[in-house]
Write a protein that binds this ligand. Sequence first.
Ligand code: SF4
Length: 212
Amino acid sequence: MFKEADLIQISALQHYSYCPRQCALIHQEQEFAENVYTLRGDAVHERVDDPKLSYLAVGKRVEFALPLYSFQYGLAGKADVIEFFTDGAPYPVEYKHGSKREKLHDDIQVAAQALCLEEMLAVSVLKGSVYYASSKKRREVLINENLRAVTQDVIQAVHNLLSSDRMPAAVNDRRCLNCSLHDICKPEILSATSELNQLYTELFSLNPDEET
Ligand code: SF4
């Protein structure tokens, strides 16, 4: 069991599955920057970040901004929306900007919320949804064994990363184009430096007999 001081944010799982370096920069170095994507995300979350929005509907109670935790997995966070059906089963709904799309890191966030709800309420949570604000469509996420295993692996990896002082290497690929931390991270420079270091290493490890 984790102590309260060692809980990691559920959002760190999404950041890690997008780019481990991004996760370390945000959750270890406390770096943050906005770009058009984070601003759109903030705008969507602001719409649901108020417990007073909670309401009763036919066959369900809809709760907004519900705090979540798991001491077994060492997680803490806040759910955008949890629907509670009359049989007591909670159904997490994660809000995202953009249009309906398949994204593993969105699914991991829903699964992590399910793990928290299972511990908090001693129930099984077998499915949830991602709601895409631009297309106003939901995509159902099955919390199956595969997704649970992937999510638990990512949770472990994030705990390992954030309890170390390791800074993962820059991925320097397409992910960097949309990353709000691009100017802080400077992936092209870091990648060039690492290639240069590799060249130096190879240069000075040459066997004298191989020199030209
Ligand atoms: S700029 Fe690229 S390497 Fe740096 S944090 Fe963002 S995605 Fe990761």
